[in-house]
Write a protein that binds this ligand. Structure first.
Ligand code: GLA
Length: 383
């Protein structure tokens, strides 16, 4: 995406000839806890300084006019005709649709947006778009919904318009993120604890494979179904409500035949990952970054072999990271099938790590991978 706050404001003023309100809506990282948000697990996301700037104002009409700087495309549509459309438009209109379903009177608005978040990079540009629209409309139309309600509204929008049956992690991190803290998010109760990030001497580096798998959405929804199927089988045999009630992965083995290998592997990963994330939270609170990093590598192994959401480019980057003594932990981040790896790297080793890994990647795949050195910031806010 392209655009700073000032650029987005200038584009808006040129197009709509008035002063806008300005908002920033962040993308997210997730340190650990992958594919468990829709399985009642724990995850550890944070909002980041890669995101989207919005310039927006009510327009005293019944029209939505919204312009994406990146795509150089617009929506111009009466509020009464909100419907599913292609691509980015679905995220904007999905939010308006959810407000309308709550009988909240969305007013006509003009908007231009753009930013510095890579689209399809697994950093949740979609939640950033949803969050910016919902947060700004909530303020401008005076709906008085809480941040948590807006996160849940964003999740429903994503289910109902683009059709990704996502968990709550991305929208929650986008709304509730706190500077220099990650959220230990309990996805069953939708509550969180802020864990301050004391990682002095280390940096969080994302490396973008630039791979965007066309099957990512259908495979994502399929994983969710496979987990539901496995849980039904487990509930019949064990006294549990959800995967998090299983305290030892060995409890799964008696159900392997009934589940079949694929569903069994998905469930094994989920149970392990929920336990791993809780262990990781203890390490982080104790400033044991080395212990934390080892768990990140384990998560990657599980995502690759059991959950099967990795790809050769992600595996290449994680293997290369593992060989570097300055890398404490690395794994694929987000839904998988492409997007970014997240790496925790010793400050003094960052430069040589990047030189080596980016040139090795170029040599192997003939693609220039991108790197982002991210900071953890506040959730969506007015600027
Ligand atoms: C996507 C979804 C999230 C989460 C991750 C995987 O980012 O939107 O809800 O499931 O994948 O952890």
């Amino acid at each position: 995406m392209t655009g700073s706050a000032a650029e987005v404001k200038a584009v808006f003023k040129k197009k709509f000839k008035e002063e806008p309100h300005l908002y920033y809506s962040p993308g997210r990282i997730n340190l650990i806890g992958e594919h468990v948000d829709y399985n009642d697990g724990f995850v550890m996301p944070g909002a980041i300084d890669k995101g989207i700037f919005f310039a927006i104002a009510l327009n005293n009409s019944e029209e939505i006019n919204c312009y994406s700087i990146e795509f150089d495309e617009s929506i111009s549509l009466p509020l009464s005709e909100v419907k599913k459309m292609e691509g980015w438009k679905n995220y904007v209109l999905g939010i308006v649709n959810e407000f309308q379903k709550l009988k909240l009177p969305v007013k006509g608005f003009n908007c231009a947006f753009g930013g510095n978040i890579p689209i399809g990079g697994g950093i949740s540009s979609s939640a950033a778009l949803e969050g910016g629209i919902s947060f700004s409309l909530n303020e401008l139309c005076n709906f008085k919904m809480s941040r948590k309600e807006l996160a849940l509204l964003g999740q429903r929008a994503e289910h109902n318009f683009p059709g990704v049956m996502c968990g709550i992690m991305d929208q929650y991190a986008n709304m509730m993120g706190k500077e220099n803290s990650v959220l230990l998010l309990d996805c069953k109760n939708v509550t969180h604890e802020d864990i301050p990030l004391h990682i002095e001497g280390y940096e969080i580096i994302l490396i973008n494979t630039k791979v965007h798998h066309s099957l990512a959405v259908s495979e994502y929804n399929l994983r969710r179904k496979e987990c539901e199927k496995g849980l039904e089988i487990l509930k019949k045999g064990l006294n549990i409500q959800s995967f998090r009630d299983i305290k030892d992965p060995v409890e799964l083995f008696p159900f392997k035949n009934e589940m079949g290998d694929e569903v069994f592997n998905r469930c094994l990963f989920v149970v392990e990952e929920i336990l791993r994330t809780q262990k990781a939270a203890v390490f982080l609170k104790e400033n044991d970054i080395t212990g934390f990093g080892k768990l990140m590598f384990q998560t990657h192994e599980g995502l690759k072999d059991l959950y099967e959401v990795s790809c050769k480019e992600l595996d290449f980057l994680v293997n290369a990271a593992k060989e570097n003594k300055d890398v404490i932990g690395a794994r694929l981040m987000g839904g998988g099938f492409g997007g970014c790896t997240i790496n925790v790297v010793k400050h003094e080793g960052v430069e040589s790590f990047l030189v080596k890994i980016l040139s090795a990647y170029k040599k192997e795949f003939n693609v220039h991978a991108e790197n982002y050195n991210v900071k953890v910031v506040e959730g969506t806010h007015a600027i």
